[in-house]
Design a protein around this ligand. Sequence first.
Ligand code: 7RM
Length: 645
Amino acid sequence: MTKPVFTPSREWSEDAHVNSLPQYKLIYRKSKDSPESFWTGIAGRMEWIKKWDEVKEEDFVNGKIRWFKNGKLNVSANCLDRHVAEGNGGKTALIWEGNNPEEDQSFTYSELLTEVQKCANVLKGIGIQKGDRVCMYMQMVPQLPISMLACARIGAVHSVVFGAFSADALRDRINDSECKLLITQDTGVRGTKQNIPMKINADKAVAETPSIEHVLVVKRTGETIKMQSDRDSWWHEKMDTADAVCAPEPMDSEDPLFILYTSGSTGKPKGVLHTTGGYLVYAAYTHQIIFDYHEDDIYWCTADIGWITGHSYIVYGPLANCAVSVMFEGVPNYPDFGRFWDVVDKHKVTLFYTAPTALRALMKEGNEPVTSRDLSSLRLLGTVGEPIKEPEWNWYCNIVGKGNCPIVDTWWQTETGGILITPLPGATPLKPGSATFPFFGIEPVLMTEDGHEIEGNDVSGLLAIKHSWPGQMRTIYGDHDRFIETYFSQFPGYYFTGDGARRDDEGYYYITGRVDDVLNVSGHRIGTAEVEGGIGKADGVAEAAVVGFPHDIKGQGIYAFVTPMTGVDGNETLAEKIRQSVIADIGPHVKPDKIQFTPALPKTRSGKIMRRILRKIAEGDVDDLGDISTLADPSVVESLVKERV
Ligand code: 7RM
């Protein structure tokens, strides 16, 4: 039986939005018993052009989810104009910290509003209208959130593609949602890489994207790049002459706000669609309560805006709350392993949100980079993206937080729009590795494989959610059947998360990880099927199967079992071809860590690859491989074990 190891001090809790466990329980009960009146109160904090007439519609059978029906609002007006109108125009909205330490820039709410209005007019000038899709392929530059908010302002739907994706991956995402405009930058800067070829990749992609009519290019580095005069224009030239006034478009609560691609266990990435009213309400409210945001806080989320964490907790949540949000272009180890803590000290960050993988990498370097910096501004720490284990949790708590900062281990997904299971920092006694309890309005359940709810404590099962919440995704862009099939068919009447979890004897949730063929590598969500596709495109490869294995820093590493074509040698030359093929097909962040060549893969008589066995081999757990009698050729296993890399 694990007992809580950290309880916030009296002083800490006193000023918190939720300041005791009984208070959490009371509000939780209300939110569960009368969700409609609960969310009515929360949604009322936003500025609505027209009030909704029905709080929610929840039909998991047909995947029909609606919140704040027939309400009208504009997300950019809520994130910007509202605060300026309330006298906060002079408050800092965004602090951009560049990759290179001497570079930074900040925008007040008034300044950000001006930039967004100009950009909105640039978009309109290019011919972008309400409902059109706009793709952004950028690194962490301020023009990224500016263009997202500009899309929101005119009702265009943004689709941000993480800047490490390859040209081919970018092309496929643009084509899937038929984007009309691509916004990119000349080259990118990240760590020691001072010239990431963004425009070159964008050009390669756009050569095969018939829907793209225009490419807008941000000058980040000044590197010479080719511009195609009938298609491309410079961001700064268009912005220079753009009108600084653009009225926000009244949007329906259920109008799409953005598409964000995420990996599943099969097939191509899914275009997760989020809409306007519910998403904004949920992102803002969770940001306020879970990070205990108060008006003098300086909040920093180290995620990339190319992932959902950046959308909800760098851009929309914090800005809706009139917070100061720090965005960082660089990496934790450049120019040295103290960079995060330099930035905390420089901007006097009070609320800090990062990924366990970053903590593991930093922890390995010892305490000096932390203890040599002044971190006294910090009052809360957070993690997201993958399970955090006890050693890094303790290091985070004691070395970074000096034992004074609560840690919020927040569990959620691209699909959920915002955090679902999390401690509340002023209320929840913490256990390392546990995301603790459900947020208000969230009802997690553990299910058996055959679809029964597992009651009581000290149990494990498949994690599903009963009932909708405002931030829930509404569909997979262009494939509503896949939406229903993926999330609502396994357990009719529930949203299935794809994760497994344990509920301990005191009701604390521990998320144990994916139960499907999705990997979590350095906090990046990766489908094994996608990696296998990339490997299969290498010349000389007959077949491949990819599984995860425990990795000290990345959490999970990528282990590829590859069968070469007859007559082809499984040597280092082929291995390098495979790595290059994956990089070209998806991006460098999914490069296999280990490649094992094998004349055959373990298959059942019906030809299905037995991944369970491959997983055990990759993990090094070869003494008990379980039942292998159903294999078509059990002798394959012996050589797989012998040739383990
Ligand atoms: C926000 C984000 C989602 C998957 C999810 C989990 C894993 C996320 C935690 C976690 C354990 C956590 N979106 N995950 N947070 N596992 N503890 N606090 O990461 O769509 O990219 O990934 O990430 O497996 O299903 S995501």
